[in-house]
Design a protein around this ligand. Sequence first.
Ligand code: SF4
Length: 328
Amino acid sequence: MLKLELNEAVEKLKKIHAKKILLQIPEGLKTKVDDIIEELESNGFDIAASMDPCFGACDLKENEAKILGCDAILHLGHSPFIEKTKIPTIYAFLRYDLGGGFEEISETLAKYLKKSGINSIGLTTTIQFIEYLPKLKRVLEKNKIKAVIGKGKRVLDGQVLGCNYSSAAVGTNTILFFGDGLFHPLGISFATGKKVITVNPFTKEIKELCEEKETFMRRRIMLIEKAKEAGDFGILVSTKTGQNRISLAKKIKELLELAGKKAKIYSTDTISESSLLGAKAEVLINTACPRIAFDDFGSFKQPILNSNEVGILLGKKTYDDYFIEETY
Ligand code: SF4
C-alpha cells in the first residue's frame, strides 16, 4: 500500500511561516489531488495545485509559485534534488508499506544470496522503499552477508534515480536493487559494470539482471544505427529547473553541423510528441531527463537518442563505450 505522510510536511511549512503554498503532485497521485488540497486547507494554508505533469524533484515550478504569489512549494512524492532553490521547498515522500511481506522477501533473499555464494552486496532502491534498506541490511547481516548502503550525491543513502546512480558506487562486486521496474537496475548495471540482483517486493521475484541488458542494448543499437542515416536532427531542451542543459544542446548542434548534418534546438517544459508539432527533424536528441529516450521512445514518431549516444552516432565512440547517462 502506498502511503503519503503529510503531517511532517505540514509542521515544516508552519515552522517557516508559509501561508500560500504551490502544491506539486506526481502523476500517480493526481486522483487524490482534491483530498490533499482539502487536508492542507484544513491546516490553514492557501493552496494552488500545479496540474502540469511532474515526474521528479528536478521539476520545481518556482516561476509558477512566484506568479501565483506563493511563499513556498510543497513537493510530493520525491526527495530533494535541486541544491539551492529560489523559494522555500518542502518535500513529502510517498512510501510503500509492504506489511508482513517484507519479512518473507528479505529471508528468501538471504537464502538466495547464500545459495549463489554472494557474501557481500551493495543495497539500492527508489524513494518509495528507502525505509526498508536499513531493515534489509539487518536481515542480511544476521545471515552473515555484508550489506553496504552507499552514500550518493544529492540523493538519500542507497537511493537511485533514473539520472543518478552515485549511491551504487560501493566496494562490492554485486549490487542489489530493491524495487520494481527495469530502468533503475539497468542504469546501475551500466553505471557500475557490476552484477545486479533485482528484488521485486510486489511479485517477490529475485533474479540476476542478464538478458534484459542484451534486449536493451539491441534496441539502442537499432535506434542509433537508424539515426546514422538521418540528415536532419532536433535537439530537445527542457526548461525544467533540474533538467535544463542548453549548453550541452548547443555543443551537440555544433558537432552535428560539423559532421554535415542539419540541427535545430527545440525547447519545451515537458518533452512530448505533441509539443513537437511542425518540427521536421528525422531524429531527436534528448538532453533532458534520460528516461524520456528509454521509457517514452515508442511515443515519438522519430528515433529519440540520449545526448551521450551522439558520440556513437558520429563514430567517435563504439558500443563498447556504452553507458547510461547520469545528469545530476
Ligand atoms: S531528471 Fe528524470 S530521473 Fe532525474 S529526477 Fe528528474 S525525472 Fe527523475
